[in-house]
Design a protein around this ligand. Structure first.
Ligand code: GRF
Length: 199
């Protein structure tokens, strides 16, 4: 059984989708949900699901990113994860942290990478007049939002879409894509998963 730690910063809807998928014959189990925000709504959801939680408030460390990450590493290393999933985790991790989980840390990003790395992805796609948008699960490497793509899900951009309406449409696909990619990844298969919104 592979041990999966999930890092969140907010509501944790992707964490919930991942945790719910890891049952029965699935090769993985969620062993920890950790957050940089003690008030992250996802922590209560994880606790309700019986998953161990940890929170390290990054604000307590000011600009000392390394000290924050050293504190965050403690509960993560304590559960001896095989894989770490970033799921709505909004802190940039240093190369030192990333290297510790090289080849076994995944992230979901709300754009069709390599387009629109970084923030405000949906507004940028709308401003550019894109006909399609979506999300990407990729291996985390020291360069932000840049690692090998493990899966993508596409949605149409519709007339009248706002960043919020597009984000909501993409989020539905995130909850399909991330569990599908994680399962394949845990089975040792790195063949990318490509989904498109069912009509
Ligand atoms: C999602 O849009 C995800 O793509 C981004 O964070 C947002 C919230 O994720 N990384 P969650 O509901 O906290 O999983």
């Amino acid at each position: 059984m592979k041990r999966v730690a999930i890092l969140i910063s907010g509501g944790g809807s992707n964490m919930v989708a991942l945790a719910r998928s890891m049952t029965g014959a699935h090769p993985g189990r969620a062993v920890l949900v950790a957050s940089n925000d003690p008030k992250a709504g996802g922590l209560a959801k994880a606790a309700e699901m019986g998953i161990a939680t940890a929170a390290v408030d990054h604000r307590a460390f000011g600009k000392d990113r390394a000290a924050f990450e050293a504190a965050l590493l403690e509960p993560i290393l304590a559960v001896e994860p095989d894989v770490v999933c970033l799921a709505g985790f909004m802190r940039v991790l240093t190369p030192g942290f990333v290297e510790r989980f090289a080849g076994r840390m995944l992230n979901i990003h709300p754009s069709l990478l390599p387009k629109y790395p970084g923030l405000h992805t949906h507004q940028r796609a709308l401003d550019a007049g894109e006909a399609q948008a979506g999300c990407t699960v990729h291996e985390v490497t020291p360069v932000l939002d840049d690692g090998p793509v493990l899966g993508q899900a596409r949605v149409p951009v519709l007339a009248g879409d706002t960043a919020d309406s597009l984000a909501a449409r993409v989020l539905v696909q995130e909850h399909r894509l991330y569990p599908a990619v994680l399962r394949r990844f845990l089975e040792g298969d790195r063949t990318p998963v490509f989904l498109s919104e069912t009509a």
